[in-house]
Design a protein around this ligand. Structure first.
Ligand code: TMP
Length: 236
């Protein structure tokens, strides 16, 4: 088992309809059983703080250009990092987060075709660990290459063909702005996730979500246990 001295940050990704929710809930329960309920937080993006939840409503429902949308997702992320994620990790606790920055590269970058360099720049500004401690240092350290960027320790990507995700979503609820997009949009989103994984394969576990719920859950557990984040041998 790995020591959780620096906390543990796991994110969950996938196109809309990929079926991550039940598995996130189950993994939260597994972590709470192992570490104690007060050591584990379940959160989401966009969202996770009162301000970020307000921004979420705008991001999911209001029409805007891709740069505005990117500013809003990173603004929500910044508030979430400052108020929830960083304090939790600093206590040595576990953060299980439904989506993080890979979603921005997949949805705004892949789906909407927005400039990836701009997203990388916004990622650096938002997630530099030093800057999270002091706003005043933001301007001065923008070009320092050695600065550490906050990223999840593990990202579990639920990969499902967009056609199947669309079938699963059909009629489930009134779709938001993203859920209402055509299959081709989600093909680009999936390509965006694949690109992020190719750039950082060690951080990702790509799960085939086109299997029975039990098999997907077994794969999720295997991904977490093989990293030493949970003890092996628990039952589903
Ligand atoms: P959810 O339905 O899984 O809660 O996700 C909310 C939606 O927001 C989903 O369609 C993906 C989208 N999204 C982005 O477009 N960019 C982002 O950075 C994040 C975190 C989510």
């Amino acid at each position: 088992m790995k020591s959780l001295e620096n906390g543990l940050f796991i994110s969950f990704e996938g196109i809309d309809g990929a079926g991550k929710s039940t598995h996130i809930d189950a993994l939260v329960a597994a972590f709470k059983a192992e570490f104690g309920a007060d050591k584990v937080i379940q959160t989401r993006e966009p969202g996770g703080t009162p301000l970020a939840e307000k921004l979420r409503q705008m991001i999911l429902n209001d029409a805007m250009d891709a740069l505005t949308e990117s500013f809003l997702v990173f603004a929500a992320r910044r508030d979430h990092l400052n108020k929830v994620i960083e304090p939790t990790l600093a206590r040595g606790d576990v953060v299980l987060c439904d989506r993080f920055t890979d979603a921005t590269f997949a949805y705004q970058g892949g789906g909407r075709g927005f400039d990836l360099k701009t997203l990388s720049y916004l990622e650096q500004i938002t997630q530099q660990i030093r800057w999270l401690e002091s706003d005043l240092e933001v301007k001065s350290s923008v070009s320092e290459p050695s600065i550490q960027i906050r990223q999840p320790d593990l990202t579990i990507w639920f990969d499902l063909p967009p056609e199947i995700a669309a079938e699963r979503l059909a009629g489930a609820r009134v779709p938001d702005k993203f859920e209402a997009q055509p299959v081709e949009f989600f093909r680009q989103v999936a390509a965006g996730y694949q690109k992020r994984m190719d750039e950082n394969p060690a951080r990702f576990a790509k799960i085939n979500a086109n299997q029975s719920r039990e098999t997907v859950w077994a794969d999720v557990l295997q991904a977490v246990e093989s990293k030493g984040f949970l003890k092996k041998g628990r039952s589903a």
